[in-house]
Write a protein that binds this ligand. Structure first.
Ligand code: C6P
Length: 399
C-alpha cells in the first residue's frame, strides 16, 4: 500500500532489497513528510510565538495548525489539551513528575501492567523514590491478555492512577483500555494510556476511551523523530504544575514570583520543535488520506498471514497470541539466540528487532532474556513476508 511514497524502501542493504520489518521501533517517512521538513527550513524558518514578523507568524500558524490536526486526530475537546513533547518518553516523564507533585502523597498507589515499556515504568519508580508511593502491577496470562480480575482487585481506595499501554510493543496485545478506564474511574483513580503502539495503527478517540492522559510519538506514525504528544484532560492539566521552566511557558516573570502561561503552553518551556510539529501534522494528513481503517485492515491481514507462514517453522514459539492484536509478532525459534536470528536476517537485507525490547519485566514474565520481533506497517507486503519467512527458514537450517 502506497509503497512508492517511501523513497528509502527502494534502497538496498548488502546488495539486497531492503525488507524493513522494524516498524514498532520507528516507521519510515513518506516523501511528503521529508518535503515538509525541507520546506520549513528552506522557506519558513523563524521562531514561533515571539516575533511579529512575517516568517515568525507563518511558522506559528503552521505549528498551531499542527496542534489542531493532532486534536482532531485523537478527538480531544480542545487544543489546550494537546501538549507537544519530544515523544512518548518525555510525555510520560512530564506526567509522572507533574502529576506526582499535584496529586500523590506517601502511601498512594499507582497501578502499572506487566507489559509496560520501560518508559512507563522507570518514571514511576523515580516518583516512588521521591514521593513514597507504592507501585502495583497487573499480571497477564500466557497468551498475553491482562488478568482483568487481578486488575479489579488491585484497584482500591489508595489507587490514584492506572497506567497501561494501549498496545504492547512486544506482544501486540490490544488492551481493553476503555473498560479499564471505566473501572479505574469507578475506583476514583485517573487513567493514562500509552498510545505509542496504538495511535499509528488504528483510530484512537480520547473521548470515547475517556482516558485522562494519552501519549504517543510522532516517529512511529510516519512523522519525524523528536516530536510527540501528551494529551491530558484540561481540568487535570490546570491542576498540574509546569514540568520545566523557561521561555514560552510564562505569563509574567519577576524575581519574586512568576505566573504561568495558559494551557497548553504552560507545559512547553523553550523553543518548541515547530518543524517537527508541522511535519507530524503532514504525517497525520497522510494517514488520514489513506484512512486509518484501511491501514488497520491491511496490517491485520499481513499479521495473520505472517503468523500462519511462520507457524510452519520447526521450533517456532510466539509471544503474544491474544485475539485482539496489532501488527507486532515476537518470537523465538528453538534455542537459537534471537541476536543470531536478527544478525543473519540482516545479512539478507531483512531488518527486525531483537533483544528485550525495553520491556525487561515482560521478558522475565515470559521466562526469556530476549526475543526476535517483526512488526509491520502500511507499506509492507505479502511478498516481503514470504522473503522474511524464507530467510528465517534458511537461518534455522544453518543451526
Ligand atoms: N518502543 C520499540 O522498538 P519513544 O522512544 O519515546 O518514542 O517511545 C517509547 C515507548 C513507549 N511506550 C511504548 C509502548 C513503546 O513501544 C515505546 C517505544 C520502541 O518497541 C523503541 S524501544
Amino acid at each position: 500500500m502506497n509503497r512508492q511514497d517511501f523513497p528509502i524502501l527502494e534502497r538496498e542493504v548488502y546488495k539486497r532489497p531492503l525488507i524493513y520489518l522494524d516498524n514498532a521501533a520507528t516507521t519510515q517517512k513518506p516523501r511528503c513528510v521529508v518535503d515538509a521538513i525541507d520546506e520549513m527550513y528552506y522557506h519558513v524558518n523563524a521562531n514561533v510565538h515571539r516575533g511579529i514578523h512575517f516568517l515568525s507568524q507563518r511558522a506559528t500558524d503552521l505549528h498551531e495548525a499542527a496542534r489542531e490536526k493532532v486534536r482532531a486526530f485523537i478527538n480531544a475537546r480542545s487544543t489546550a489539551e494537546v501538549v507537544f513533547t519530544r515523544g512518548t518518553t518525555e510525555s510520560l516523564n512530564l506526567i509522572a513528575s507533574s502529576y506526582a507533585q499535584a496529586f500523590l502523597k506517601p502511601g498512594d498507589e499507582v497501578v502499572l501492567t506487566v507489559m509496560e515499556h520501560h518508559s512507563d515504568i522507570v518514571p514511576w519508580q523515580l516518583v516512588r523514590e521521591r514521593h513514597g508511593i507504592t507501585l502495583k502491577v497487573v499480571p497477564m496470562n500466557d497468551a498475553g491478555n491482562l488478568d482483568m480480575e487481578a486488575y479489579h482487585s488491585l484497584l482500591g481506595p489508595k489507587t490514584r492512577l492506572v497506567c497501561c499501554c494501549h498496545v504492547s510493543n512486544v506482544l501486540g496485545t490490544v488492551n481493553p483500555v476503555r473498560d479499564m478506564a471505566r473501572m479505574a474511574h469507578d475506583a476514583g483513580a485517573h487513567f493514562l494510556v500509552d498510545g505509542a503502539q496504538s495511535v499509528p495503527h488504528f483510530s484512537v478517540d480520547v473521548q470515547d476511551l475517556d482516558c485522562d492522559f494519552l501519549v504517543f510519538s510522532g516517529h512511529k506514525i510516519y512523522g519525524p523523530t523528536g516530536i510527540g504528544v501528551m494529551y491530558g484532560k484540561e481540568a487535570l492539566l490546570e491542576k498540574m504544575p509546569p514540568y520545566q521552566g523557561g521561555g514560552e511557558m510564562i505569563s509574567r516573570v519577576t524575581f519574586e514570583k512568576t505566573t504561568y502561561e495558559r494551557l497548553p503552553y504552560k507545559f512547553e518551556a523553550g523553543t518548541p520543535d515547530y518543524v517537527g510539529s508541522h511535519a507530524l501534522g503532514v504525517a497525520l494528513d497522510y494517514v488520514n488520506a489513506i484512512g486509518m481503517d484501511r491501514i488497520a485492515a491491511h496490517e491485520q491481514a499481513l499479521t495473520q498471514y505472517a503468523m500462519e507462514q511462520m507457524a510452519g517453522i520447526e521450533g517456532m514459539k510466539f509471544y503474544g497470541t491474544a485475539k485482539e492484536k496489532t501488527s507486532v509478532v515476537a518470537f523465538n525459534v528453538a534455542d537459537i539466540h534471537p541476536m543470531d536470528l536478527g544478525t543473519l536476517l540482516d545479512r539478507l537485507g531483512i531488518a527486525i528487532r531483537t533483544g528485550h525490547h525495553c520491556a525487561q519485566p515482560l521478558m522475565a514474565r515470559c521466562g526469556v532474556e530476549g526475543m526476535a520481533r517483526a512488526s509491520f506497517a502500511l507499506y509492507n507486503t505479502e511478498a516481503e513476508i514470504d522473503a522474511f519467512v524464507a530467510g528465517l527458514q534458511r537461518v534455522v537450517r544453518m543451526f
